[in-house]
Ligand binder design. Structure first.
Ligand SMILES: *Cc1c(COP(=O)(O)O)cnc(C)c1O
Length: 851
């Protein structure tokens, strides 16, 4: 029988235990072990099974609750925990100290993302992007940054993965009832659920109910369209993550961006939370938020679109996550026209302006990344390498500029230490410091000084051993699901070994991640696994996008390799349903974290960072974060066959290098023991990893970088643009109008290099560059005139250029002194760029005149 309707009955919690509800409702428990201990002490078995304090309270027998309500010691511990949470939520932290030193910090920041991975108890994520968003909120909370996350609430989240008997991925979508999640409805003053609406074509309205998750000090607002009053097709907009066609996706993105913006506004109005001044778009999907902000400004302040745009741009930060054009979110332009064309969705914004913002080379397509860049004054990639790749990828939007001047910078991702580091490791390294690593200051110098190699090695073994237990449990469960009977599964108790070198490989399965690279030569892999003296064991996990048959075939290939050989299956396993819970065991328990993407297609990668914080060594292609952090002693770099164009040959070369490293360097180092059984060489690499990466891969380092280099400057520009009734925006618009008008006639008339009284030029010598510039009516203060000196080769292209600002001398002449930077063949040029206080980069307007 199926239920016609679902509903949730809340538990009755005795008054004395009210504090528990507060503790269970704030997701800080997910990274605060003492709070988890408190709940575990109520019923350890139940807690282990459910892993969600709020649901646990619902399922706990009333008699046990009554008993606890009379247990003075328990009540005292609860009060302490509640006080601790209260302190965490209210005390001044890093951001409050920062605010004391700055005139102006943003009152709040809104962070838009299509997914948020905070914990498996709130399954609203598919993988890396969502987990990053969750880690961003948690680190912001620890730092005291006032942040509101916003995104859709999916009724079925991402899929749960299992395997068929022949190793094919099977997807399930368990229905999620928001009432059973760690969420609270946002309510109007009347007590009714708060809703926001956006217009759909044909005069329809889409309503979304707002839910709130508390992530420490951070607010996470989630929008749910499965509400009464929506037409059936509209109710299904938030059915699942990354399911459906382009129409389904654009509806989700309209909801996330425009609905999300309205949700943030409404939430702040209802609760008195400060309205955000800075808006962060985590990947292009949520980019429509900038249009809604333009709509707000146009509706209330009598500005023109371009004037409003400069205010919107000032306050928007855009983070791109893909290094390939194929990864960019795009829509057919007529689909965008369909939703925006009748003007109902954004009454104050001309639909033609919307279409222009997403324009790309292909006139039939609307490009969300291009719109993201046009709506955000500050943009970044997610590792140094990805920054470079992104500048090349988007260089077409800034014609006339060198690739390295393209105004897309980078902030390397980080991970939330308190979420990902085993508590035993924190205890060992951090001594008594409960908040170790919270502010990204858990650097080498703060690692407790007296920890011995033996202690660290013993802990590594314990974590590996936990993983082995989990591997056996999951393997057995997976086989039961595949239809095996319990009687034939005795062997799963024998697989894996807590003393064998353990390699982990877990990630989504798009082709570029090359799940099966390790299978390139099955015999070599087999030999490594079954080596008599130095065996290796490998845990593999990962989900393939449901529509990606190729990815599913890769999974099947691995699974068959394992299934077909009873020897091999002792040492390699594929665990279905990779998610945050499994991830924690893997990152903590593996000795080596393997990553074999096709360079440079991994924008950053964060799983290796989580592993490193637990003392696991990375073995990876030098891509994403590893390109910047590999230092020769903190793991291994698999050489990339970058120049090789035949992908099969490239795979062969890189796989051979991988086997060589594993067999000739990694296994020997791991099994080389001293008289106490400790692998000294190995442990010294683990120490080095913990010391050098301990603070730099933390999400708190990442969030501080966003605050200092993006949010603060953005807030300052917003203030400048919006003060006195948008005087700054209006002045900027006037400036741009004058610039547009004059620019075609601006030119560098003449230049000369003067070396006063010197016969021969010597490196380090002083010269002057003079240029006569026709400004076509612009003021000298309206432009930056710049001399560039650099090396020249066969072509006259300048390399390693040094840029020097030139000062106006007499009328129309600009001049600069500079020191010759290099010996050899040099060249120079002079160029003219726009200059205005509201520009974040001289390249921003894509305008440059070169001599
Ligand atoms: C960290 C994490 C990821 C991202 O890992 P990558 O290295 O970027 O592939 C994916 N899924 C889960 C569950 C994670 O915790």
């Amino acid at each position: 029988m199926r239920a016609v309707r679902r509903f949730t009955v809340h538990a009755h919690i005795p008054d004395q235990l009210a504090g528990l509800t507060a503790l269970a409702t704030n997701l800080r428990w997910t990274w605060h072990p003492p709070t988890r201990d408190l709940f575990a002490s109520m019923d350890d078995t139940l807690f282990r099974r459910i892993r969600d304090p709020l649901r646990m309270l619902t399922e706990m027998p009333a008699a046990r609750l009554e008993e606890l309500a009379r247990d003075e010691a328990f009540l005292e511990r609860t009060r302490e925990a509640v006080d601790g949470l209260h302190r965490y939520l209210t005390e001044p932290r890093w951001y409050q100290r920062l605010a004391a030193d700055h005139d102006r910090v943003p009152s709040a920041v809104a962070y838009f993302s299509m997914e948020f991975g905070v914990h498996e108890a709130l399954p609203n994520y598919s993988g890396g992007l969502g987990v990053l968003a969750g880690d961003h909120l948690k680190a912001a909370s620890d730092l005291g940054v006032p942040i509101i996350g916003v995104g859709p609430l999916y009724r079925a989240g991402y899929f749960r993965q299992s395997l068929s008997l022949d190793g094919w991925q099977v997807e399930h979508y368990p229905v999620i009832d928001p009432d059973g999640l760690p969420l609270e409805p946002v309510t109007e003053d009347s007590g009714q659920p708060a809703l926001v609406s956006v217009a759909m074509p044909g005069g329809r309205e889409l309503h979304a109910q707002l839910w709130k998750a508390s992530v420490g000090r951070a607010v996470l607002l989630l929008l749910d369209t499965d509400v009464e009053g929506n037409d059936d097709d509209l109710r299904r907009i938030t059915d699942r993550l990354y399911g459906g066609d382009a129409d389904h996706r654009i509806r989700q993105e309209i909801l996330a961006g425009i609905g999300g913006m309205r949700a943030v506004r409404r939430y702040c109005e209802l609760t008195g939370h400060p309205q955000p001044e800075v808006f962060h778009t985590n990947e292009g999907h949520a980019g429509f938020l900038g249009l809604e902000r333009a709509n707000e400004i146009l509706g209330s302040d009598g500005l023109g679109f371009d004037e409003a745009l400069s205010a919107v741009r000032a306050g928007t930060v855009f983070t791109t996550h893909t290094p390939v054009p194929a990864g960019i979110d795009r829509f057919p332009a007529d689909l965008v026209e369909h939703y925006f064309g009748d003007g109902a969705l954004l009454p104050h914004v001309d639909p033609r302006r919307v279409l222009a913002l997403g324009a790309e080379d292909n006139p039939g397509m609307f490009n969300m990344a291009h719109m993201g860049l046009r709506l955000a004054q500050r943009a970044n990639g997610v590792s140094a390498l990805h920054g470079r790749v992104s500048r090349r990828m988007f260089a077409g939007l800034w014609p006339g500029f060198d690739v390295d001047e393209v105004p897309v910078r980078s902030v390397t991702n980080g991970v939330h230490g308190p979420t990902w580091v085993a508590r035993e490791m924190t205890a060992l390294l951090g001594g008594n410091d409960e908040e170790w690593g919270h502010e990204g200051e858990g650097d080498g110098t703060r690692i407790a000084a007296d920890v011995t190699d033996e202690q660290l090695w013993a802990l590594r073994r314990e974590l590996r051993s936990n993983l082995v237990g989990e591997v056996r449990r999951c393997a057995r469960e997976a086989w039961l699901q595949r239809g095996a009977s319990a009687l034939e599964l005795g062997w799963t108790e024998q697989i894996f070994d807590p003393d064998v070198l353990t390699v982990g490989f877990a990630r989504r399965v798009p082709t570029y991640k090359r799940l099966t690279l390790m299978l390139r030569d099955p015999e070599r892999l087999r030999a490594l696994l079954l080596d008599e003296h130095r065996p290796i064991q490998i845990v593999v996990a990962g989900k393939s996008h449901p529509a990606d048959e190729g990815g599913k075939a890769l999974i099947q290939q691995i699974v068959r390799f394992i299934d077909d050989d009873p020897e091999v299956r002792r040492r390699i396993v594929f665990l279905p349903d990779y998610g945050m819970q499994m991830a924690r065991y893997l990152y903590r328990g593996c000795d080596v974290w393997l990553n074999t993407p096709m360079r440079p297609l991994e924008a950053c990668g964060t799983s290796g960072m989580k592993a490193a914080l637990n003392g696991c060594l990375n073995l990876s292609i030098r891509d994403g974060w590893w390109d910047e952090f590999y230092d020769g002693s903190n793991g291994w770099a698999i050489p990339t066959a970058d120049g090789v164009t035949d992908p099969l040959q490239r795979d062969d070369l890189e796989a051979a290098a991988l086997y060589d490293l594993l067999g000739q360097q990694i296994a020997p180092l791991f099994y080389d023991r001293d008289s106490h059984g400790v692998p000294k060489g190995w442990i010294s690499r683990v120490w080095h990893t913990l010391r050098t990466l301990g603070s730099s891969v933390q999400a708190s380092r990442m969030v501080r970088e966003y605050v200092e280099s993006y949010y603060l400057p953005a807030a300052a520009t917003v203030a400048e643009a919006t003060a006195d009734g948008y005087a700054g925006s209006r002045a900027f618009h006037d400036y741009r109008t004058r610039l547009e008008e004059a620019w075609p006639r601006v030119r560098v008339v003449d230049t000369e290099l003067v070396a006063d009284g010197v016969e021969t030029l010597v490196v380090g010598g002083d010269v002057r560059v003079r240029a006569q510039v026709d400004l076509a009516g612009l003021d000298a203060a309206d432009v930056e005139v710049e001399a560039v000196v650099g090396r020249v080769g066969d072509t006259d292209d300048l390399a390693d250029g040094v840029h020097v600002a030139m000062e106006p001398a007499e009328r129309g002449v600009f001049e600069a002194g500079l020191r010759l930077p290099h010996a050899g063949a040099l060249g120079y040029t002079v160029r003219v760029l726009p200059r205005h206080r509201l520009l974040a980069s001289p390249a921003e307007l894509g305008k440059v005149i070169v001599a």
